[in-house]
Design a binder for this molecule. Structure first.
Ligand code: 6GU
Length: 276
């Protein structure tokens, strides 16, 4: 049994610092280091929180300030060489990461450092990360972390600087939550219905088809007739065509990357393009 506070429902404002799930053998353990551990409270909700409850996922959030020893719990200082903003000091990070290493299995964990200067995170990377045993997220703030502790960490972790897109955030917390959600839902047994993983946007490089539920007519708008026909082959073709059409319209860059389109697919794309 876990001795941790409940991670679903209840008091959403409760701090989540060091709520390591004492699972017998979670499929994956995730550690997050941040100066705002409360940011990560959202991870206790929904599917991820339930997976932690069930012991399928280990999740521990560590407060970087717990690894400082001065009166003000200082984590930052001004940059050598001048310039705007503050830099996160090396030593608190080293102590926090050593703490995480001490709680690990001895195998090299993967250290993800969220940064707009990282490689761009995508579904392929999410799938790669989902197969790993131990992920650590180092959430920097301010202008970033002293490079020496990043270089040091490269000797103890597999180091992955990761961006979640071409825009700037104030810190790595939200980016880490994005990556943790994208990765953890790919771990077998964590998402309710594994089939719902296969037909979604980005799994096979195409966007999703439009979906409908009852009533069949709503405010004068009807559900496409074919979906009521019971003709499963025709429905599958219609859905495939809608995925191709949407992708061609919204994300032609994705379509250009696909190499395994069928003759029917190519014909459908040509049709959409001539209609436009
Ligand atoms: Cl991962 N971190 C920060 N701070 N900003 C970002 C980002 C990450 N990805 C895009 N912008």
């Amino acid at each position: 049994m876990s001795e941790n506070p409940p991670v679903t429902g209840g008091d959403a404002a409760a701090p989540v610092t060091d709520t390591r799930a004492e699972a017998a053998d979670p499929r994956m353990s995730i550690d997050v280091v941040s100066i705002f551990p409360e940011y990560l409270a959202g991870l206790q909700l929904s599917l991820i929180g339930k997976a932690v409850d069930r012991g399928q996922l280990g999740l521990a959030v560590h407060d970087l300030r717990d690894f400082t020893f001065d009166r003000h719990n200082t984590v930052d200082d001004s940059p050598y060489g001048g310039g705007a903003g503050m830099v996160m000091k090396a030593e608190p990070w080293a102590l926090a990461l050593e703490h995480v290493l001490a709680g690990g299995s001895g195998e090299k964990p993967t250290l993800i450092v969220p940064s707009p200067a990282g490689a761009v995170f995508d579904q392929r990377i999410a799938e790669d990360l989902a197969s790993r045993k131990h992920l650590v997220f180092a959430c920097g703030r301010y202008e970033g972390i002293d490079q020496r502790v990043i270089d040091w960490a490269g000797e103890h972790f597999e180091l992955l600087p990761m961006s979640i897109g071409d825009y700037v955030l104030n810190g790595g917390e939200v980016a880490s939550m994005v990556m943790i959600e994208a990765v953890s839902r790919l771990i077998p047994g964590i998402i309710g219905n594994p089939e719902s993983l296969t037909e979604e946007s980005h799994e096979d490089g195409l966007l999703e088809y439009p979906i409908y539920t009852k009533p069949a007519e709503w405010r004068g708008r009807e559900v496409p007739e074919i979906l009521l026909s019971g003709n499963h082959a025709a429905i599958a073709r219609w859905r495939r065509d809608r995925r191709l059409e949407r992708t061609a319209e919204v994300r032609p860059d994705l379509l250009a990357r696909l190499t395994d389109l069928s003759k029917e697919d190519l014909a459908a794309i040509e049709r959409f393009e001539s209609e436009r």
